[in-house]
Write a protein that binds this ligand. Structure first.
Ligand SMILES: Cc1cc2nc3c(=O)[nH]c(=O)nc-3n(C[C@H](O)[C@H](O)[C@H](O)COP(=O)(O)OP(=O)(O)OC[C@H]3O[C@@H](n4cnc5c(N)ncnc54)[C@H](O)[C@@H]3O)c2cc1C
Ligand code: SF4
Length: 522
């Protein structure tokens, strides 16, 4: 590793990977620093989520996997860790949000977003290998029936998966031979454990792979802990400090760069910036941490009592119901044998008080003891459970702050906080129960504490027209600092109401397109 770079990129998820390739193409010397592991072999990924060591991220307990759960006051955020960031753990689904997203929230009016971003969505889809899911699994059929009941359009998802012929390996089908070999998807349902079949188009197989060919350097298992400008506003560059992620003794290293891209995802970038604002980056906008959104989503598992139903076969998310312009529902699955979440499930109840919900849960156990027993002891939780992912673009925001103990926490901001008891989501779960003869369950943090879970935590470093209204401008440049950008989920300034990775990719494509060329290298 060299002592100085043109750009250092913190994190290798969607925003970081796009930045790495586009800046390398423009002739810049790029270093990507990633705190998670680098997954180079199929066996690096777990076979099931019972293999916590390989699946879950909790390094202090020796768990060095791809799936991270962060517990905040108002929400439990799920995210990905490793070279490729959330693409390793995500469910491949790449929808384009509808109009409300482009015309609401913190970025409303800063640009004609829907039209400006159109070509970048196309580029993003092409780079990520988005294509329509060609199969119809059991869970897709259930969704189709539910869509009929709801009188709402049902569609197959666009997904970042190479289908080809199941199990057959072919030379790079995407980048004219510059990309890696790909193998046809075998519909094992394990996308959210990491693809062991080389079929999922994770970022290390496209953006990062191509960036490396152009000289971008990636280092894994290193966490950035400080960014210090070499003068008051970084006109002369920055000194970046990072340390090894694993092990008790933290060896520190430093590197210099003229520019810096924060791309650690919301649970990485926002806490880091909040800390740095207190010491090395005091000029960051006071709006830092504002506008955190969750896509207002609900995750509900409906476990069937019918042992002929197998919801684990297929890809993680194969279809979508467009309930209306603001609301969507998708079926989600884990591969057979991946039943870890059964340990965290509780009956789906609602109510505003802890005691009221506790009473409802006890009542549910007393009134339906056999059903509850059957759900907890079901033979294979992932085969028998249809997970529902409900999302809406209706806005409500939280604020991320650093607590007195130095931990990052959330506070209520605008609108009601995200709820664990969305009535529409619960109504859809009840209808699914009827279709598959099952029982709805949610994470016990929802039933007991009323804290919703989201795989789509967004915002916290939102756009604004100046530093009094946002952390970054409409081109992702951080106010008050030179050559400093935020390119990840934290820049998302409205609720997409659908899965956000395609939008993160497209918005970063736009931002990187506006950086001038150093020397052309394509
Ligand atoms: C189970 C699951 C399923 C999902 N399914 C979908 C889906 O189907 N479709 C969709 O669009 N979205 C999905 N998502 C959401 C999607 O994964 C995220 O929205 C997306 O990955 C966010 O991209 P990002 O650019 O913000 O950064 P991320 O992809 O989150 O990557 C950030 C990276 O930065 C690293 N990092 C953080 N801090 C530091 C630091 N200080 N130093 C070094 N490295 C650091 C992290 O380890 C991580 O690898 C899913 C998420 C989960 C958890
Ligand atoms: S279904 Fe299985 S083979 Fe297909 S992309 Fe997902 S993990 Fe890979």
């Amino acid at each position: 590793m060299e002592a100085s770079y043109d750009y250092v990129i913190i994190g290798s998820g969607f925003g970081g990977s796009v930045s790495a390739l586009r800046l390398s193409q423009k002739g810049y010397k790029v270093l990507v620093i990633e705190k998670g592991r680098w997954y180079q072999h199929a066996d690096d990924f777990p076979k099931s989520n019972w293999n916590l060591r390989k699946w879950m991220w909790l390094p202090t307990l020796g768990l060095k996997g791809i799936f991270k759960m962060t517990f905040y006051r108002h929400v439990v955020a799920l995210s990905g860790v490793g070279v490729g960031g959330g693409s390793l753990v995500y469910a491949n689904t790449l929808p384009v949000p509808k109009s409300p997203f482009f015309n609401s929230g913190h970025w409303a009016g800063l640009a004609d977003w829907e039209n400006d971003l159109k070509p970048h969505y196309e580029t993003a889809k092409k780079m990520l290998g988005a294509n329509a899911h060609p199969y119809m699994s059991k869970s897709d059929k259930v969704m189709q029936q539910l869509a009929k009941d709801e009188n709402a359009p049902f569609a197959k998802t666009d997904v970042a998966v190479y289908f080809g012929k199941p199990g057959e390996t072919v030379a790079d089908p995407y980048f004219g031979g510059d990309g890696p070999d790909r193998t046809g998807c075998v519909l094992c349902g394990g996308c959210m454990l990491g693809c062991r079949y080389n079929s999922k188009n994770t970022l290390d197989k496209n953006y990062l792979h191509l960036a490396q060919q152009l000289g971008a350097k990636i280092i894994a298992e290193k966490e950035v802990v400080d960014v210090v400008p070499l003068d008051s506003q970084g006109a002369h560059g920055y000194e970046i400090t990072f340390q090894n992620t694993f092990g008790w003794i933290k060896k520190t290293q430093k590197v210099k760069a003229k520019g810096i891209i924060f791309a650690g995802g919301v649970t990485g970038t926002v806490p880091l910036l909040l800390q740095l604002k207190k010491k090395s980056l005091p000029l960051l906008s006071d709006t830092l941490g504002n506008g955190v959104r969750t896509n207002s989503e609900s995750l509900i598992g409906v476990t069937t009592f019918d042992k002929t139903n197998d919801f684990s076969e297929g890809i993680a998310i194969g279809s979508i119901i467009h309930l209306d312009d603001q609301r969507h529902l998708e079926p989600v699955k884990y591969s057979a044998g991946s039943g870890f979440f059964r340990l965290l499930m509780a009956p789906m109840v609602s109510g505003s008080s802890f005691l009221g919900r506790l009473f409802s849960m006890i009542k549910d156990f007393v009134m339906h003891p056999i059903d509850n027993f059957r759900v907890f002891l079901v033979d294979d939780w992932s085969r028998r459970t249809q997970i529902l992912l409900y999302m809406e673009s209706i806005d409500s925001t939280l604020k991320m702050v650093t607590s007195k103990t130095g931990m990052t926490t959330t506070q209520k901001e605008n609108g009601p906080p995200p709820t664990a008891f969305n009535p529409k989501a619960q109504e859809l779960a009840k209808k699914t129960e009827a279709i598959i003869n099952g029982k709805s369950m949610v994470m016990n943090t929802e039933s007991l504490f009323g804290i919703p879970t989201t795989a789509h935590i967004l915002g916290g470093a939102c756009m604004g027209k100046d530093a009094t209204s946002g952390v970054i401008d409409k081109n992702n440049k951080v106010f008050n600092y030179e050559n400093m950008y935020v390119c990840d989920g934290s820049m998302i300034s409205a609720n997409p109401g659908v899965n956000p990775s395609l939008s993160i990719t497209a918005i970063t494509e736009r931002a990187m397109g506006l950086i001038s060329v150093k020397e052309c290298r394509t």
